[in-house]
Ligand binder design. Structure first.
Ligand code: ZN
Length: 483
């Protein structure tokens, strides 16, 4: 038997070392910390340059800013819609809203779809989810793939669920929107992360922060942080009655309370980042901060969300940090979408995502500063307001079809970035594809049935009914008493 040449021996040695490196560190697969801040506008986080008008020296999000400085920030990230349930499902499924199908509160996720937590769980990640708003309830399918999925929000009184379906959602909202939830979220999530970090497995922790969502009621030491001058009558509670506001100072004050909620929530994000450092896992944890939608700030005499698809309710923060894999301090101009988070995480974790995703990896956007990004497919269905909208947003154009009014609106965003002067079009012009953007919208809408055919779903459109199993799920989530 001949001796191996020195070069060959060295190659074998290097190969053995490489194998040893892989096998001795099964946990070098990154952890994932996915943070969704409900109702946060990208233009209110200080990383994007925002400075509060009355207190420009006080940052709204110093800890998100730190993440952005240590990772990638997408300057043009957009939701699929303007409300919590479908947009979070887009994050979880990597599909735009009409494809995942959870477009109204009576439609659960089809179990044939593989959510991001399921993908990670199937590949060896421990998974924990912590939510604080009613639309993240597991009854909609959000619990799929989680070892541990817990409601850290308000426990809504059972009598509000007395209706035959999901009860009086307006009352549920009123009840749940006024409570401060971040301390409980942080407590539950940090305890779980400590336990998960002590095991051999990597973990996924999803945390849904509800406090930035209206109503705006931060703790006392925060809620005057951004306005110490206001002497009017308004508070951060129930601000629908904008028409009664006689002074711009009223609106400015309410928005200062939004900033306070943001700063308060950012404090807990800072504590989570400190926890990763304390556990010495900050270099091996992919941290993602985003939001499900933005918020109207009376630009069009309205407050809140779930009413339109203007940019103020669509543009969200998106920041990612993973040292060694995500570049440091890069701002990306290309258009990103919340459904792109799923395939991006899969690529960073070297996991094959399902082939049917409509989201695409964002890695090419930070590798190529000229990458334009991806067109966002928009949709919103709100039956009680008789709203159904479909649309497309590219970096330069926005186009919306109103299914109820049977009219369309087009904006050239380079000439009209505030979407102030819509160019209308008719149903006939839509069908004829009168303009390339109109044709693109028509093609998107017409492609939906064939796109849904490609999905591994039953397609039987089963609606959520308040059966015994769902009662049990709601009970576990704290929505019903145990008696
Ligand atoms: Zn929301």
């Amino acid at each position: 038997m001949s001796r191996l040449s020195p070069v060959f021996s060295r190659l074998i040695l290097l190969g053995a070392l490489a194998l040893a490196a892989c096998s001795s560190k099964p946990d070098d697969r990154p952890n994932v910390l996915l943070l969704s801040l409900d109702s946060v506008r990208a233009d209110r986080i200080s990383a994007t340059g925002y400075r509060p008008p009355t207190h420009p020296d006080v940052l709204t999000t110093p800890h998100i800013d730190r993440l952005a400085a240590e990772g990638v920030m997408f300057e043009n990230a957009f939701s699929t819609t303007s409300w919590t349930l479908p947009s979070h499902m887009a994050i979880f499924t990597g599909l735009h809203d009409v494809l995942h199908g959870v477009i109204d509160k009576d439609r659960p996720l089809d179990r044939g779809l593989t959510t991001l937590p399921e993908l990670l769980h199937e590949n060896g990640w421990t998974t924990g989810g912590f939510f604080s708003g009613p639309y993240l309830n597991p009854v909609f399918g959000f619990g799929q793939g989680f070892d541990h999925y817990v409601n850290c929000g308000t426990v809504v009184p059972p009598e509000l669920f007395a209706d035959s379906k999901l009860g009086d959602w307006r009352e549920i909202h009123r009840f749940s929107h006024e409570t401060v939830t971040s301390p409980k979220l942080f407590g539950e999530a940090s305890t779980w992360i400590r336990q998960a970090a002590a095991t051999d497995q990597p973990f996924l922790a999803f945390i849904h922060w509800w406090d930035p969502h209206y109503d705006y009621k931060a703790p006392a030491n925060y809620n005057r942080m951004f306005d110490t001058q206001y002497t009017g009558e308004w508070t951060g509670l129930r601000n629908e009655d904008v028409y009664k506001m006689v002074e711009n100072a009223d609106i400015d004050f309410i928005l200062s309370l939004y900033d306070a909620e943001l700063r308060y929530t950012d404090h807990f994000i800072g504590r989570l980042l400190d926890l990763l450092e304390e556990l010495d896992i900050d270099d091996e944890t992919l941290v993602i901060v985003t939001s499900d939608h933005g918020e109207e700030f009376y630009e069009r005499t309205r407050w809140g969300h779930q009413r339109s698809l203007f940019d103020e309710v669509l543009r969200v923060p998106l920041v990612m940090r993973l040292p060694g894999s995500v570049p440091k301090g890069v701002s990306v101009a290309g258009q990103a979408r919340i459904q792109d988070i799923y395939p991006t995480v899969a690529e960073l974790l070297q996991l094959p995502p399902p082939r049917y995703l409509s989201g695409q990896s964002l890695v090419p956007l930070w590798n190529d500063s000229d990458h334009p990004g991806y067109a966002q497919q928009l949709h919103m269905l709100v039956p009680h307001r008789e709203i159904e909208l479909s649309g497309l947003r590219t970096p330069t154009e926005k186009i919306i079809w109103d299914h109820s009014a049977k009219t369309g609106s087009y904006w050239n965003l380079e000439r009209d970035p505030l979407e102030a002067k819509p160019l209308p079009f008719t149903e006939e012009e839509l069908e004829a594809g009168k303009h390339p953007a109109i044709a693109a919208l028509r093609d998107y809408m017409q492609s939906i049935p064939a796109e849904r055919e490609r999905l591994p779903i039953s397609g039987d459109e089963a609606r959520i009914e308040l059966d015994e199993s769902m009662k049990l799920e709601l009970e576990e989530a704290g929505y019903f008493g145990k008696d």
